[in-house]
Design a protein around this ligand. Structure first.
Ligand code: SF4
Length: 404
């Protein structure tokens, strides 16, 4: 606990307690854009292909890593994250080669966190030991539900039995693992969710991601929902599901450190904290984003989204960058608020200033800030600006009032 928190009540101290924050945290994100099938709720940059030219993909990822090291040199890598798509479909050799290349391009922190997202199919679980040997030390499993009917509705390729086996294999192979569940499904009741959470807590490692089902444009669920083929629980039930999640996880010693993410203290996802704290990261692979300071200014990069177009670009010019530009001060403030207010700890004002060049409070309209504090949605201390629990539940509305 920071010394400044020692004199406060336990409750207040917990509210402001921070996960370990390496001052110069720097993340490397690699995107693997392929999946076995497309889930009906998913709006990620994920694609189904009959065949993937594995050698070409490995070479391209390594080449774009070389390029990223020129974009953001002189950093110490504190986290590497293989996301997707389904990176557990990557050949473990490719994962190992990418980790090795990172190690040759930048110094790497001794306790570097190396996460890989995986689906719990038996084929993928068979690779877990090889992925561990390749250097992965944290697995994030897309379990999504501990209920076969719900998994079917979510269009998942696995059942509960397969998920349980994958969790067991993850536990045996990785020092740290997390799994995801989605709640707020059609007909989902608080009683049913409580049972599912109880089971999840028995199975959990050090981290759980618990997301509310949202209907995203461009997905099959968006079409089905618009046609009235299913409905989501009403607002009161959604709020009760959220509160049940918060209370049960808190009581089990895995409090929410972000709206949807829960961890035993010290086991937060260091890589995702880089995003939420608006620290520096580079993005490799189709559609990957990067944000990093370059010559004292924040730079934003985005790679080409289409897998084949990205591959072609990397083969021809060494990188698949679609966009690279400086981020205006007002945009930096907006992005840093959007990210930081998701965290239970809120925004550390000194870090915010280092990342954006401006103090969070000085950047905001004093009248709007005060009215949100008076309304119980924001809290301000000498060191932090944070959304209250109520503020985090109404985050979009809060941000609209704060920065629009
Ligand atoms: S496995 Fe994950 S990334 Fe792939 S389609 Fe399903 S939700 Fe999207």
């Amino acid at each position: 606990m920071p010394a400044s928190a020692k004199g406060r009540s336990r409750k207040a101290a917990a509210r402001f307690a921070k996960a370990p924050a390496p001052v110069d945290a720097f993340g490397v994100y690699l995107h693997w854009p392929f999946c076995v099938s497309k889930c009906p709720y998913c709006d990620f940059n994920s694609h189904v292909r009959d065949k993937v030219e594995q050698t070409a993909w490995r070479d391209a990822l390594l080449r774009e890593l070389d390029h990223a090291a020129q974009e953001a040199p002189d950093r110490i890598v504190t986290s590497i994250f293989f996301g997707g798509g389904t990176p557990s479909l990557m050949p473990p050799d490719t994962v190992g080669a990418a980790i090795e290349r990172v190690r040759t391009l930048w110094p790497v922190a001794e306790d570097v966190e190396i996460t890989l997202e995986a689906n719990p199919s038996s084929v993928e679980a068979e690779r877990f030991a090889d992925l561990r040997d390749a250097g992965v030390n944290r697995l994030s499993l897309g379990v999504q539900a501990l209920d076969d009917a719900a998994l079917k509705f979510l269009g998942r390729a696995h059942g509960v039995d397969e998920a349980l086996k994958a969790i067991d294999t993850a536990r045996k192979n990785f020092p740290r693992f997390s799994f995801d569940l989605i709640y707020g499904r059609p007909g989902h009741t608080v009683a049913a969710w409580r049972e599912e959470l109880k089971r999840a807590l028995e199975l959990a490692g050090d981290h759980l991601s618990l997301y509310q089902l949202t209907i995203e444009r461009g997905t099959r669920f968006h079409t089905d929902h618009a046609k009235g083929l299913f409905t989501l629980p009403d607002e009161d039930t959604q709020a009760a599901l959220y509160e049940t999640t918060r209370d049960m996880l808190g009581a089990a010693g895995m409090p929410a450190y972000e709206i949807s993410n829960h961890a035993r203290p010290g086991s937060e996802s260091r890589h995702n904290l880089v995003y939420w704290r608006y620290q520096d990261y580079v993005g490799i692979g189709p559609g990957a984003h990067g944000r990093f300071l370059q010559g004292g200014h924040k730079r934003a990069t985005r790679r080409i989204s289409g897998p084949e177009a990205w591959l072609d670009a990397v083969e021809h010019r060494g990188h698949g960058t679609a966009e690279a530009h400086g981020v205006e001060r007002a945009q930096m403030v907006r992005e840093a608020l959007l990210m930081g207010l998701r965290l239970t700890e809120g925004i550390e004002r000194a870090l915010f200033e280092r990342m954006t060049g401006v103090d969070a409070v000085a950047a905001l309209d004093a009248g709007k800030l005060q009215s949100l504090i008076d309304g119980g949605l924001l809290e301000l201390s000498a060191t932090h600006l944070r959304a209250t629990d109520q503020g985090r539940q109404l985050l979009n509305a809060l941000l609209a009032r704060l920065v629009d």
